[in-house]
Structures are given as C-alpha cells and as structure tokens.
Design a protein around this ligand. Structure first.
Ligand code: OOB
Length: 548
C-alpha cells in the first residue's frame, strides 16, 4: 500500500507473523481499536460518568460527542488521517477528549508532558514530522501560547496550533466543528495509534509507536490484575501523559471498563484528598516520594479516604521500608508496578503474600511476556542472581520510530527489548529491581538522560568539562548532580542552572546540585568511558559525604 501522507518516515510497529498468530490465538489481540471501544462504551454506558475534572463531568455519551466534534473539526481545518499531532495538556478533561478525538479522526497523538519546554517539544515535533500542536492557554502558571509561537518559528512544518482556553491568534478547541460524514472508519487494529515518549536513557527522548491491539491488550489485562470494573473510580494524580496513569491500568483501562476517571489537578494530598472523598476514588497510581507524602498526610487529614482500595506505586523503586510506611499510613492494598513506556509492565498481584508485595516489583502481566535475566555476555543467570532484564511480548515494542542507532542498541537480533534495568528474578517469577545499566537519573519517576544535560552544560562558555550523575536522595529517590570543571572563570551554580533552563528544557532536568572540581582525577590508565567516569565521581562524592 502506498502511503499518501506527506511524511518521509511511515509509522510502523510490527511483530513477526508467527508472533502475530500466537498473540491472536491466545486472545490477547482481539482486533479492538480505540475509536471502536469508545463508541461501544458511549452506547452501552451512555449515562455513566466517564470523566471528572475541574467543573466538568462528562458521561460516556458526552465524552464521545466531544471527541466526534473535535475530530470532525480537526479534519475540517485541513488535517488528514495519518497526520501526527503533538499534545501537551495537563490533567484536564480536554486532554482525554482531544486524544479520543485524534483516535476518531485517525490522527496520531504524540504525547509531551506539561513540564516539557521548547527544545523538547520541537524535538518531538521534528522527529514525528508533526504538523499540529495542541496545548492549553495556561497550565500551572505557564502560558503555552508563547511556546506555540516559538515552536512555529522553529519548526516550519508546524502549521496548526489548537488551544484549550483563550486561543489568541490560534484556533480554539471549543470552536472546532465539522461534518461528521467526513470522519473516517475505524483503523487497522495493528496500525500505530500514538507515539509515546521514552525516558531517554541516552541523549534525546525516543518515540515509541504503540498499536491499538497491543496497547488495548495491556490495559484490558491490567484491569483484571488491578481490580478495575464498571464500579471503579480511578484517579489520575500523576501527569496524565505518563504511561503509568494512562495504561497501568490508567485512565484508558478505566474507560475500557466503563469506570469513572477523576483527574486531580495536582499530585499532592491537598489537591487529591478532597477529590478522593467527594468522588469515592477506589484506585490511584503514585511514584514512591508521593506515596510517602500521602501516607504521612493521611494520618492528619479530615478527608474521608476510606473508599481507596488499591494504591499503586511505581515509576521508581519503592524500597521495603518505604512500602511498609505506605501500607501503615494509608491502610489500603498496596500494588507495586514496574513498567516502561516501551511495553513490559509487572504488578504484584492483589492476592500476593504481604512479603512479596513489600519486597518485589511484581511479575509480568502476560503468560506470553518473555523475560530474560542475563549477564554482560547475554547468558541467562540463575534465579536469584542479578542480571540485565530483556523483554519480548504481546505489548512490548520491537523498535522505536525513526531511530536506527537506538534500535541497534536497544533490541537483540531476536527482538528482545533491552530494558537497561538490572533485576533479580525469584522462583515465583517476581522481579526485584536492583539498579540499572544505563546512565539516567530517575528523579521521582521522571527519567533524565545524563548525556542530554551534559551536552547542554558543555555549550556554556565557562564549562570546560562536565559529568552528570545520579545521587541518592531521601525524598526524590535520586537527584541530579553535575560535576563541572570550570573554564577560566568559574560561573556561579545559579547561573548554570539558569543556563539549562534557558536552553528550553523541562524544569525537572535542571541539575539539583552543581559541584565544581579541578579535574576528574581518574585513576585508570588511558581513556575511560563516560559511564566509568560517572561511576567514579558518584563513588567519590558519596565517600566524601560519608566522611563528613
Ligand atoms: C514507567 O515508565 P517509564 O518509561 O517512564 O520508565 C521506565 C523505567 C524502567 O525501565 C525502570 O528503570 C524504572 O522506570 N521503573 C522502576 C519501576 N517502575 C519503573 N524502577 C524500579 N521500580 C519500579 N516499580 O516508569 C512506568 C510505566 C508503566 C507503569 C509504571 C511505570
């Protein structure tokens, strides 16, 4: 089939034929699509509340009507099925309406986080060949229309900007409309539904193409493991564009089940607790630092949290002692979630023994998830030994979009994804995350590439050399520390932080700490890798801190 779209790199995510046959025969891939299931829910659960956020309460019928209106409006504006659309919206109902609309029109969402800034959004736009950008007038005090203007100046192919709220010179989402008979039929279930953003362990974030069949399987199966059904009330407390609150089971799992999705405007107890009490929320997913904050606040709150049945914690390691505190503080069932936007998701089961729930990161969703734990040479290690985690399965990608170098690095010849995580597998199949082989910083669940930040700091005229390293942090889990060898004049730390911010990056990527050093003082003979250098600097820093 010839691709009539103007894109130079077609979207694809394919599994070998024998795997396709196997995943279909097992009932994992059922030929469902996003517009297909959303239409069915709009019919079968028409009057049930689907989405609650701010002053909005939409039933399933209303959500679908919004999606069809926006979908028809986008096509009337000149977008065509297959076009890619960068979506940068916070936890507002329009996020869900816009994404459902894009699916309805066979447009392809590319998810940016609200924290992302020009450099990142422009990268997603270029890499995906997007021609449209959807943002909110304002979210958490930032005016995204200024970002939209810079983006259009930077990326000439970015022809359309659509805005939730006051659109200024752009097109308002509210005013979009068009003929419904121009809407396409349902897509091929094996086609790419959207592009998710990778944590970016080396350099810039990569784009992750996920198909209707594979993604829907992941949240349909998650619903079973997380106890989500039509009576559930699922809260999105983390940014909705993250894979965790989107699909594990996430708001898509909740919508698939005909449940209610409640969007919390912020992740803290102040924003979330009153909503939990009002909407009788039953399930929510958090990163470990937030879970600890919630557990602490739960003891002091006057809000009724008794509806909470399952508290999921994932995105970064929840150590056993923290897990105990979370259970003691919130008094509901804990579920550990160890997943990745590339696919594989592990859950502790709701009926697992307490010990497994407190000390492991769960086991894979599917009997067809193939998990290998291997040594540096690729040979499997025995159960209980620590090794590299490789994964292949019915919802784990076989390749990134438009990135041959990353694909060569990140996938084995037989299609396993190299997760970069170091794990131990117990005889029960549960995994314990023991660290990682790649150099990124996991800052409260947000992944930061050391290399990306080093590049930006090296561009500063007074930085001679730099290494960015993760340092254990009591609250964040890890924080970022930049070791800088200054040039002739030593810059102030605040200046370097402002520099990184000024390069158009998300605030979470600004180094938390800057340490000036005269030299990297490597003891090894000859050249050492950046990875070894980072490890040496981290070890020296921690040893010195201990000695203080
Ligand atoms: C989730 O997805 P990403 O793509 O932001 O990050 C994936 C990486 C994993 O490779 C691992 O290094 C780390 O985040 N991670 C964990 C973890 N959950 C994720 N490390 C230790 N313990 C955990 N429980 O973070 C994500 C996607 C879907 C569901 C949950 C998390």
């Amino acid at each position: 089939m010839t691709d009539a779209s103007p894109h130079t790199v077609p979207l694809r995510q394919t599994w070998p034929d024998d795997f396709v046959a196997r995943y279909r025969a097992a009932g994992h891939w059922r030929g469902e699509t996003f517009p297909g299931f959303l239409r069915t829910r709009a019919r079968d659960c028409a009057d049930a509340v689907a989405v609650v956020g701010g002053d909005t309460r939409w039933t399933y019928a209303q959500l679908w009507a919004q999606a069809e209106r926006i979908a028809a409006g986008l096509l009337a504006q000149g977008l065509a099925p297959g076009d890619r659309v960068v979506v940068q919206l916070g936890n507002i109902p329009e996020f869900i309406a816009v994404v459902c609309a894009l699916f309805r029109a066979q447009l392809v969402p590319v998810y940016a986080l609200p924290a992302h800034r020009l450099t990142e959004v422009a990268h997603f736009a270029r890499k995906s060949e997007a021609s449209a950008y959807v943002c909110a007038e304002r979210y958490e005090t930032f005016d995204y229309r200024t970002l939209a203007r810079d983006l259009q100046a930077d990326v000439p192919a970015m022809h359309h900007v659509f805005v939730v709220g006051d659109a200024a010179e752009f097109v308002s989402i509210d005013t979009l409309d068009g003929p419904r008979d121009a809407l396409p039929g349902d897509p091929d279930p094996q086609s790419v539904a959207f592009l998710q953003i990778s944590g970016g362990s080396t350099g810039l974030s990569k784009l992750i193409p996920r198909t209707h069949d594979d993604y829907i399987y992941s949240f349909r199966a998650s619903n079973d493991l997380c106890g989500i059904d039509a009576d559930s009330v699922y809260m999105v407390a983390l940014p909705a564009a993250h894979n965790f609150p989107m699909s594990s089971p996430g708001f898509f799992g909740a919508l698939y089940a005909g449940a209610r999705v409640v969007l919390s405007p912020g992740p803290g107890p102040d924003a979330a607790f009153p909503l939990i009490a009002r909407e009788r929320v039953t399930c929510v997913g958090l990163v470990p630092p937030l879970a600890l904050l919630w557990a602490d606040a739960a003891g002091k709150t006057t809000h009724d949290l008794s509806s909470l049945q399952v508290l999921q914690v994932g995105g970064a390691k929840l150590v056993p002692e923290a897990a105990r505190r979370v259970v003691a503080g919130l008094g509901c069932r804990l579920q550990q979630v160890f997943g990745m936007a590339e696919g594989l998701v592990n859950y502790t089961r709701l009926d697992d023994a307490d010990d497994l729930v407190l000390t492991t990161q769960g086991r894979p969703i599917s009997a067809d998830d193939e998990v290998l734990v291997v040594d540096d040479h690729g040979a499997p290690v025995a159960d209980g030994e620590v090794g590299h985690l490789l994964a292949r399965g019915p919802y784990t990608i076989r390749g990134y979009h438009n990135d041959d170098a990353a694909n060569a690095r990140s996938f084995t010849d037989d299609g396993f994804y190299r997760t970069g995580d170091m794990v131990q597998r117990l005889s029960s199949g549960h995994l314990v995350v023991q660290g990682r082989a790649t150099d990124h910083i996991n800052r409260a669940g947000e992944k930061i590439s050391a290399e990306e930040i080093e590049d930006h700091l090296l561009a500063h005229p007074q930085v001679f050399d730099v290494a960015v390293v993760s340092i254990p942090d009591e609250f964040l889990g890890e924080r970022s520390c930049a070791f800088v060898i200054p040039g002739d004049e030593k810059p102030r730390p605040a200046e370097l932080k402002a520099w990184v911010r000024g390069r158009g990056l998300a605030a979470f990527k600004v180094p938390d700490q800057i340490v000036f050093v005269d030299a990297f003082g490597t003891t090894a003979v000859g050249k050492i890798s950046r990875r070894e250098l980072r490890a040496q600097l981290r070890a020296r820093f921690l040893a010195e801190r201990q000695a203080e």
